[in-house]
Design a protein around this ligand. Sequence first.
Ligand SMILES: *[C@@H]1O[C@H](CO)[C@@H](O)[C@H](O)[C@H]1NC(C)=O
Length: 299
Amino acid sequence: MGWSLAVVVVLVGILGSSAMAKKTDDELPTNEVNTKAESTRDSALSLNNCRGRRKQLLRRVFLNNRSISCNDGSPAGYYIRKSNGNRRWVIYLEGGWYCFDLQSCHNRWIRLRSLMTSRLWPEIRHGGGILSSDPKENPYLWNANHVLIPYCSSDAWSGAFYPKTPDQLAFLGSEIILEVFHQLVSYGILGAHKVYLVGSSAGGTGVMINLDRVAHAFHHWGSTAEVRGIADSGWFLDNEPFNPMPCTDTHTCKPTEAVKLGFKFWNGQLPESCRAQYASDEWWKCYFGYRVYPTMQSK
Ligand SMILES: *[C@@H]1O[C@H](CO)[C@@H](O)[C@H](O)[C@H]1NC(C)=O
């Protein structure tokens, strides 16, 4: 098969954008970037002075399929900046913990509502770090096509729960990712050379549990792109906490308890190759990087 798949796990702290760019550097073949990049970069640096502000902007697009929504039923979507003629794509999954039962999701709705709805999404956003179009800030992927998928499903990007009554929350993280890729077909993503699925924190977990599925869908749709993952700070650990507290909220509940509850609450979708290693009552273990990573394909 003409495509391959691997994952790069970058174990860095908060917002490791420079570390991510560095790691990406190691991964990119020099013939593609470094040879032509020098002169292009110089002209881009000068262009950037006058056009930079506008070029930084990513535009909001809501999903056509309105049943694939944020927690509160508002439409999910993405922000995009096309780079015409460039065959590399960066798709970035935002992070922001999760909620895993009625109580924790109610608390999240009170305190972190912006992570559960698209109602206040601005029309444009600035891409920073690996989504920056500034060659100084993002030396290797500044001219790639950039897509940001805001996190509004509270499910570590794993859910496929469609509400059955109007008062239930939706948890559709895994559906949102696939539908965004599906919609990107009309922008020419199937002609990509390389697609990087990138995420921080819960978004990093999202990369690891969705990468194989996305790569398979891509292949199925006829793409020969190389699909890679960059997971930044999403390698949650299931060790015992130093100071165990009752599982009443996201920040007191230990991750093993939270994802055990969440997996059911979200109708969590986890990679087949990882689930195959465990009995069904232990599938939640596949939320943890050190368990799911070795089962990912083409490593
Ligand atoms: C929208 O998505 C749902 C869930 O994947 C699917 O069942 C439905 O057919 C889709 N609707 C359209 C119009 O594509």
